[in-house]
Design a protein around this ligand. Structure first.
Ligand code: NAI
Length: 343
């Protein structure tokens, strides 16, 4: 079986090669992202593997289906880039629901610490023999209120890390974990009370632009915003305005709404064609990393192991582990979930 891997880089290929040896699967690695213009690369393949910035819309699903492809494996937890409703009854969508919540939660804290203690600036100053401390005053995390939006796997690890810093943690989740000791509040209270807000929920219609021109007004002055989830949780132009007005004290971003054309690539020789991103990067209190929160050895190993196992189980045993569909949760009740598949 041939599997077309889109948007791959040398640093993730090696992990997939390691696990492919145990299967009969053959991987064709492409640097290109999957979209309507590149979908032809999957010709003569029986499966497809994609990452967070590949576009799996109606057109791409139709093209893959025509080629006889019936399985698409996401090597990510999030699946907002796939039209799962349209894929239903055509192509099985499998994913990696968890690979290392620690990787992402620790990165969120790394960004926060860098932001409040300005270590990124100190590093550059001392390399230039500039030992001045002017403008370097930070603040203690101890006793500050952190609001966590989304208390799933990553949110919970982030909460534990914050508790280690003796921060006061409040949280909002659409589906609160009743068996936890997390102090849940409604989203308006979280916005009002938090000195720091960290987003760990998926991107859905409901969470699109959670931070916008209106919600911005309800935040505490000087709040620090952390987003390691998906760019579109935040309206970037509203964020920029909030920073300009000093409503927002700093932003720690690992994701950006329009990241798909820019992130994961070396653009150091190109003039960026995205004014919003240019503005964000130029702001002294914005720290931006290019969707790298997941990038640890442990996470990459788990992603490869689970993705290869998802594909292998489909081809070898005809079952779909870790499948997602638009009616997951109701599949069994609706009688469509059979033979360990959503349809
Ligand atoms: P999870 O599924 O374990 O937790 C998500 C939580 O969000 C759940 O508790 C859910 O109830 C909650 N939620 C759902 N809808 C909500 C809403 N409307 N408002 C508030 N909360 C809501 O997911 P996990 O593994 O913790 O991942 C969280 C997100 O992190 C993913 O959706 C993904 O977008 C992002 N992510 C980013 C990575 C990176 O490298 N930057 C890597 C992995 C995940």
């Amino acid at each position: 079986m041939n599997i077309a891997f889109f948007d791959t880089k040398p640093y993730d290929r090696q992990y997939f090669e390691k696990y492919s040896k145990e299967t009969g699967l053959k991987f064709r690695f492409f640097e290109a992202k999957l979209n309507k213009d590149t979908v032809e690369l999957a010709k003569n393949c029986q499966g497809v593997c994609v990452f967070v910035n590949d576009t799996v819309d109606k057109e791409v699903i139709d093209a893959l289906y025509k080629m006889g492809i019936r399985i698409l494996a996401l090597r990510s937890a999030g699946y907002n880039n796939v039209d799962i409703k349209y894929a239903f009854n055509k192509i099985h969508i499998v994913r990696v629901p968890a690979y290392s919540p620690y990787a992402v939660a620790e990165h969120a804290m790394a960004l926060l610490l860098t932001q409040v203690r300005k270590t990124h600036k100190a590093y550059i100053r001392t390399r230039d023999f500039n030992f001045s401390l002017n403008g370097m005053t930070g603040f203690d995390l101890f006793n500050k209120t952190v609001g966590v939006v989304g208390t799933g796997k990553i949110g919970k690890v982030f909460i534990d890390i914050c508790k280690g810093f003796k921060m006061n943690v409040i949280a909002y989740d659409k589906f609160p974990d009743k068996n936890s000791d997390i102090k849940y509040v409604d989203i308006d209270t979280l916005y009002k009370q938090s000195d720091i807000i960290s987003f760990h929920c998926p991107l859905t219609e409901e969470t699109y632009h959670l931070i916008n021109n209106e919600t911005l007004k309800t935040l505490k002055d000087g709040v620090i915003i952390i987003n390691t989830s998906r760019g579109a949780l935040i309206d970037a132009e509203a964020l920029i305005e909030g920073i300009r007005l000093k409503k927002i004290g700093g932003a720690c971003l690992d994701v950006y709404e329009e990241e798909s054309d820019v992130f994961f690539e070396d653009n150091s020789e190109n003039a960026l064609n995205d004014d919003t991103l240019l503005k964000l990067i130029s702001m002294p209190n914005v720290i931006l990393t290019s969707h790298q929160a997941f990038l640890t050895d442990e996470a990459l190993d788990n992603i490869a192991k689970i993705t290869v196992s998802n594909l292998n189980n489909y081809f070898k045993n005809g079952v779909c582990d870790n499948e997602v569909c638009y009616r997951c949760g109701k599949c069994e009740e609706l009688g469509t979930h059979q033979n360990n598949k959503c349809f």
